[in-house]
Ligand binder design. Structure first.
Ligand SMILES: [Zn+2]
Length: 107
């Protein structure tokens, strides 16, 4: 059955901030309730701005109050070494998997 949001195309138009196509929720592989679907520690992801990041750790994994303390990914920019974090459920919105582990990037 076709998705009611993207009509089966897998991407939806976000009209704000100039507008852009983004993956539809129906294409999401990461499920909060299934840690097996989460990004691996040490995996390399590219933001759509071109920067690459390595996944460092997860926080708030055990919290019951996900509305106030959502499970969060801590990740690090390869270029400038700065650390960032964002909620797990937001991860796929702008991150694309590049390498499953650091060794693959280094070669
Ligand atoms: Zn969809």
């Amino acid at each position: 059955m076709s998705c009611e949001h993207c009509n089966g195309t897998g991407s939806v138009w976000r009209g704000w901030a100039g507008g852009d196509y983004e993956p539809c929720d129906c294409t999401r592989k990461i499920k909060l309730e299934d840690p097996n679907t989460w990004p691996q520690i040490g995996s390399i992801w590219a933001h759509r701005n071109g920067n690459q990041y390595v996944v460092m750790m997860f926080t708030n994994v055990e919290t019951e109050r996900q509305d106030r303390y959502p499970t969060t990914i801590v990740y690090r920019n390869f270029g400038n070494g700065k650390s960032y974090s964002r909620s797990l459920v937001d991860w796929e919105r702008s991150m694309t998997l590049r390498y499953t582990k650091l060794e693959d990037l280094i070669g």
